[in-house]
Design a protein around this ligand. Structure first.
Ligand code: NAD
Length: 509
C-alpha cells in the first residue's frame, strides 16, 4: 500500500483515529470538528487538565447546538464519546493523523514534530496549524518531512469554513491532497497554498490595514471616515474597527513577521500609527480603547438644502462608469453621456470629478489647467455604499464643492471629503489587494480561485481579488498603482508582473 492510500483511511468510510496536540482555543475547535466528522480524537496538552477542560468546553458548545435544534441529543453523546484526553505523546501512536496546535514558536513545534515523526506509523500524516511559521522550516529535522503539511484553520474553527492546506518544500503532493479531501469531508472549504510568509489570507489581507494606516499617517481622514469609506465598498468592517477587534498587538506582530520574512520588502512595512497604538497600550476592544474609545461620534453633514444641481454628464467608459450611470438613473437623476473624453467620472457644470487613477486633484487641475476639479473614489458597490470619498483641487470653488455634496446626498452617499491624497481610500485599497493576490498567484502560492475563496471565507471580503480584477480590468488597476508608485516614489506600489501582462494583453492596438 502506498503512503497516500494508507492516508485515505483518514477520510474513509470508517474515520481513522486522530490526535490533536495543544488543547487551546484552536485545538479544542479542531478536536470538535474532527469528532463531529466521526473520528476518535485524543487530545493532548502539556498543561495539566487542559485537555479535559477543552473537552468540557466542547460539551458546552454541543449543548448550545442541541438547544438550538441543530444537533440531536444522541449525536452529542456520540461525539463526546469519541473525545478523550491523553497524557503522553505515546498514546497517539495509533493515529492516522496528528494535528499540531501548540504555541506559535519554532523550537517547541519542531521538537514535537520530530517526536511525532519517530512515533507514528510510516503512513500517518502530521499536520500543523501554524499561522505564520514556514512549513518547510518546521519539517527540518524530521526523518520523513514529506508527511508534514500545514492545515491552517480559522477562528472559531467550528464556524469558519476556510482551511489553507499548506505545502512546504518537502511535502508530498499526495499528503497535501489527502488533507484537502479530509477538510472537505469535515464540511470545510480547503484551498492549496505554498508555504510562503502569511500563506494566502494573512498575506493578501496586509494592504487592507496598510493602506488605511498610510492614509492615517498622512492625516487624509479620521478612522471613522476611512472605515465608512471601506464599508461603502462592501467590507463588513472598516480597517480601523477590524484592527481594534483583532488587537493591535496581534496585528502588529503579524505585520512585522510578514515584513521580516520578506527581507524588509517595503510593501509589507509596518506603520508608525500601529506602533504608537501598541506602545501606548491602546490595543483595541480587549482593553476598551484603540482607534476608538466607546462609540464613534456620528459625522456632521454639511447643509445642502437649496443647492441646485447643474447639468450632469457621465464621462468615459468602463465598469465603474456604468455602475455610476446605473446608480444615477436608479436615483432618478437625468444626465448626458460623454464617452469620448480622455478621463472618466462625472462632470457637474464646470467641475470635473475624475474617478481616481492615482493622481491628486491638485496635480490633475495643474496638468489640465482646469481649477474646477476633484477626484472621486471608486464606487465598486454604489447600491450598498452610504458614503463615497472625494477630494478637491485647492482652487475648486465653494459653489462646486456644495454641488457635489448635494449630488452625493441625492445618490444616498455621505460626501467624505478627504485630504487630496492620490488613490483616495477604496481605490488604493482594492488595487493593492488585487496586486497582492496577483503576486501570490504569479509566485505560485495559490491559484486565482483559491485566492478569491480564501479572502471571502477567511476574512469575509465582499469579493476576491480576481473578482475585482475581472470587474475593473488590469489596465485600470495597474494605472492606479503606477500613479501611487510615482506619487510616493515607493517600491511598495510596484505592479505585479501578472497585472502587467494582463494589462498589455487587454490594451487595444
Ligand atoms: N487563535 C487563532 O486565531 C489562530 C488561528 C489560526 C491558527 N492559530 C495557530 O494555532 C496554534 C495554537 O493557537 P491557539 O490560539 O489555540 O493558542 P492557545 O494558547 O489557546 O493554545 C495553545 C495550547 O498549546 C499548549 N502547548 C504549548 N506547548 C505545548 C507542547 N509542547 N505540547 C503540548 N501542548 C502544548 C498550551 O498549553 C496551550 O493550551 C498556534 O500555532 C497559532 O498560531 C491560531
Amino acid at each position: 500500500m502506498s503512503e497516500t492510500n494508507q492516508i485515505w483511511t483518514v477520510a474513509g468510510s470508517e474515520p481513522a483515529p486522530i490526535g490533536v496536540v495543544g488543547a487551546g482555543i484552536m485545538g479544542a475547535g479542531i478536536a470538535q470538528v474532527a469528532a463531529q466528522a466521526g473520528h476518535a480524537v485524543k487530545l493532548l496538552d502539556v498543561r495539566e487538565g487542559a485537555a479535559a477542560a477543552a473537552i468540557a468546553s466542547i460539551a458546552k458548545a454541543l449543548d448550545g447546538l442541541v438547544l438550538k435544534g441543530r444537533m440531536e441529543a444522541g449525536t452529542r453523546e456520540a461525539v463526546l464519546a469519541r473525545l478523550s484526553p491523553a497524557t503522553a505523546t505515546a498514546e497517539l501512536a495509533d493515529a492516522a493523523l496528528v494535528i499540531e496546535v501548540i504555541v506559535e514558536k519554532l523550537e517547541p513545534k519542531q521538537a514535537l514534530l520530530r517526536e511525532l515523526d519517530a512515533l507514528l506509523a510510516p503512513g500517518a500524516i502530521i499536520a500543523t496549524n501554524t499561522s505564520s511559521i514556514s512549513v518547510t522550516a518546521l519539517a527540518n529535522g524530521m526523518k520523513n518531512p514529506a508527511r508534514l503539511v500545514g492545515m491552517h484553520f480559522f477562528n472559531p474553527v467550528p464556524l469558519m469554513k476556510l482551511v489553507e492546506v499548506v505545502w512546504g518544500a518537502e511535502t508530498e503532493p499526495g499528503v497535501a491532497q489527502a488533507i484537502y479531501e479530509l477538510a472537505k469531508r469535515w464540511g470545510k472549504t480547503p484551498v492549496h497554498a505554498k508555504s510562503t510568509p502569511g500563506f494566502i489570507v494573512n498575506r493578501i489581507a496586509r494592504p487592507y490595514y496598510a493602506e488605511t494606516l498610510a492614509l492615517l499617517l498622512e492625516q487624509a481622514g479620521t478612522p471613522a471616515e476611512l472605515d465608512r469609506a471601506l464599508r461603502g465598498a462592501g467590507f463588513r468592517m472598516g480597517p480601523c474597527e477590524l484592527m481594534d477587534l483583532i488587537g493591535h498587538d496581534t496585528n502588529y506582530l503579524v505585520t512585522q513577521s510578514v515584513y521580516e520574512a520578506n527581507f524588509g520588502d517595503k510593501r509589507y512595512m509596518p506603520s508608525l500609527v500601529q506602533k504608537a497604538l501598541v506602545d501606548g497600550g491602546r490595543l483595541g476592544r480587549k482593553v476598551g480603547k484603540g482607534f476608538y474609545e466607546g462609540v464613534p461620534a456620528a459625522p456632521v453633514d454639511a447643509a445642502v438644502e437649496g443647492v441646485e444641481l447643474p447639468p450632469i454628464s457621465v464621462v468615459g467608459r468602463g465598469a465603474l462608469v456604468e455602475r455610476l450611470a446605473d446608480w444615477l438613473a436608479h436615483k432618478g437623476l437625468s444626465f448626458s453621456r460623454g464617452e469620448s473624453a480622455d478621463w472618466a467620472g462625472l462632470q457637474l457644470g464646470e467641475l470635473q470629478l475624475h474617478l481616481t487613477m492615482g493622481h491628486s486633484a491638485a496635480e490633475l487641475a495643474h496638468q489640465r489647467k482646469h481649477p474646477e476639479l476633484g477626484v472621486m473614489d471608486w464606487p465598486v458597490a454604489p447600491d450598498r455604499a452610504d458614503a463615497l470619498a472625494l477630494a478637491f483641487a485647492p482652487q475648486a470653488s465653494e459653489a462646486a464643492r456644495a454641488q457635489v455634496a448635494a449630488l452625493w446626498r441625492r445618490l444616498g452617499w455621505q460626501p467624505l471629503v478627504l485630504r487630496d491624497v492620490p488613490g483616495l481610500a477604496v481605490a488604493r485599497t482594492v488595487a493593492m489587494l488585487v496586486n497582492e493576490g496577483a503576486d501570490a498567484v504569479w509566485q505560485g502560492v495559490c491559484d486565482e480561485q483559491g485566492a478569491d475563496l480564501a479572502m471571502k471565507l477567511g476574512v469575509n471580503y465582499p469579493a476576491g481579488p480576481f473578482e475585482w480584477l475581472a470587474l475593473l480590468g488590469a489596465p485600470m488597476v495597474a494605472t492606479l498603482l503606477d500613479g501611487l508608485f510615482i506619487a510616493y516614489r515607493s517600491e511598495r506600489y510596484r505592479v505585479s508582473p501578472l497585472l502587467q501582462q494582463q494589462r498589455w494583453r487587454t490594451a487595444s492596438y
